[in-house]
Design a protein around this ligand. Structure first.
Ligand SMILES: Nc1ncnc2c1ncn2[C@@H]1O[C@H](COP(=O)(O)OP(=O)(O)OP(=O)(O)O)[C@@H](O)[C@H]1O
Ligand SMILES: [Mg+2]
Length: 331
């Protein structure tokens, strides 16, 4: 039978966020004559069901990009579509959730009143609100009686972030934008937000978030982009950017060199010691090494962490240049 006929069809990727050459220039100063070029032509696509992380240093333009996508700001150039509609399309707002970076929360309201207020903006019926608000409070880990009784001016930063997260989900959105969702949270709070994002992901929602907490991004994102000075520096899955996760550098001594050569590619022996790269789960290799009487000196994951990669991308190492000089200077 024809191989092409039996091949499993690739699932169709539905673009949910599409932007092309998006630019934003802020004008400031008394005469509005100072130009701040915040975004310099950003293009990217996020597909349905993806969790996409936008990373970048302070002032890179991350919040500006979210505000343009949400129609809060008007672009100076370029174009974009959300859920197949032009930016700012009102009916599709019903399907979008947003946690702002500095959530403007009406602080004389209780958390509960604030959620009711937001639900009212989405015209969610009172009966649905009575069920959804306590569900969301449980989801974000905020005590229901505190949410009912305390005004938000008495909330800690972490509590405000949790109410903000609940309001972002009040309309059960298909597409969720989160600007620094882990900001101000203690480690337990961060884990809870991560779990919420994972739950949303399991429900098939599309999540687009900005974050500085690279360890969290590494754990939950399908793809990431690094934005710096208003431009995308790199974009891809973690495997594409960091390399294969199951890739280790191994160093040891002793054992059967011919066998070791089969396990490790490349493999090199230097005096008593040897070293090489392992491209699979090290468990089987370690048992085999033990059987052949070899000794392990070190084993480390070859792939950098997202944080290491991020720093490397943003600070091109002078060592790379001096290394290049070294090689040309070699007689
Ligand atoms: N309302 C504004 N008026 C003038 N300039 C602005 C305004 N908002 C942002 N900017 C400038 O645009 C650039 C990008 O800012 P933005 O807030 O989008 O960055 P960011 O990546 O979200 O930073 P952070 O990680 O600190 O939140 C910065 O230089 C900032 O000073
Ligand atoms: Mg920001």
């Amino acid at each position: 039978m024809d191989a092409a006929a039996t091949a499993t069809p690739m699932p169709e990727l539905t673009p949910v966020v599409q932007i092309e050459g998006l630019r934003k220039v802020y004008r400031t100063g008394f005469w509005m004559n100072r130009r701040i070029e915040s975004l310099k032509g950003v293009s990217l696509t996020v597909h349905q069901g993806e969790t996409f992380g936008l990373l970048g240093p302070n002032g890179a333009g991350k919040t500006t990009l979210l505000k343009l996508l949400l129609g809060i700001l008007r672009p100076s150039g370029g174009s974009g579509r959300l859920l197949g509609e032009s930016l700012g399309h009102q009916p599709s707002r019903q399907r979008i959730g947003y946690l702002p970076e500095n959530a403007y929360l009406h602080d004389s309201l209780t958390g509960w009143e604030f959620l009711k207020f937001t639900a009212g903006l989405f015209q969610i019926p009172a009966k649905v609100q009575r069920q959804r608000i306590p569900e969301l409070l449980d989801l974000v880990g905020l005590d229901q009686s505190v949410a009912r009784k305390k005004q938000m001016k008495q909330y800690s930063k972490g509590m405000l972030q949790r109410v903000g997260m609940a309001q972002a989900l009040i309309n059960d959105p298909d597409l969720v934008f989160l600007d620094e969702p882990m900001s101000g949270l203690d480690p337990l709070g961060r884990v809870q937000i991560r779990q919420i994002i994972e739950r949303l992901k399991a429900q098939g929602k599309t999540i687009f978030f900005n974050s500085h907490v690279l360890g969290d991004v590494e754990q939950i994102c399908d793809r990431v982009a690094i934005l710096a000075e208003g431009q995308i520096r790199c974009l891809g899955s973690l495997d594409e950017l960091l390399g294969d996760a199951d890739h280790y550098q191994v160093r040891g001594r002793g054992g059967d060199l011919t066998l070791l050569n089969h396990w490790l590619t490349p493999f090199e022996a230097q005096g008593e010691q040897w070293y090489g790269s392992l491209e699979k789960d090290p468990k089987d290799f370690l048992s085999s090494l033990q059987l052949m009487g070899g000794e392990l000196i070190s084993l480390s994951r070859a792939r950098p962490t997202l944080e290491e990669f991020f720093v490397e991308q943003l600070q091109p190492s002078p060592a790379v240049l001096s290394h290049a000089d070294d090689t040309t200077a070699t007689p």
